[in-house]
Design a protein around this ligand. Sequence first.
Ligand code: PEP
Length: 234
Amino acid sequence: MKIIAGNWKMNGTRTALAEMLDAIAGVTTENRVILCVPFTMLRNGTDNVAIGAQDVSANVRGAYTGEVSGAMIAETGAKYVIVGHSERRMYHDETNDIVRAKAMRAIENGLTPIICVGETMEEKRAGKTFDIITDGVRESVPENVTDDIIIAYEPRWAIGAGITPTAQEIADAHKVIADTLGYMGLNGTPILYGASVNANNVADIVAIKNVDGVLVGGASLKPQEFVPIINNAK
Ligand code: PEP
């Protein structure tokens, strides 16, 4: 069983989501499929697709105009929420501390956080990849967590770029994350790979050790691209 999570970012419509759910309803798979959609499209999942949000407020409630709380997300029927996506870190200055607070708000409301970590090209060139992802996991995962969490390794330089790291680079990064989670007493936490996943490369990617699934951006928007990813991820 692999986890196949789509991230629609600021794309789609409720009609497009209904069409995607219909298309996936006809798919027989052992994989766990999650679609993380904009707040306005949050709803209950279906028999074979769970719904997730793409962000959650670090605050519980109150005077935070424009923010959406964990309780509000949970009330829609959504079960997951992405936290610390690189676009949130880049455009909204989210630090590991903020991401940890958001992950806590998710867990308190019964949502499973998909906590994203990954290095920029500058950090990669400076040889800092393992430091960034180790710190990302240690500082973004809430302390003493006993509830389900998911980690997504997303090399920021490969997101939306149509390029992926080598299989060895993915294996090395996932081993560092698995070891870090092990030191934290979180063995068995699923680790997803994300960035430029498509129907042609997904089988090779999920065959890499410590890769428990994928987080898919652009290729999750259309049934004709996303359904083959679900089918090919074995
Ligand atoms: C993402 O932004 O989470 C992502 C994986 O994007 P893409 O698949 O388009 O690279």
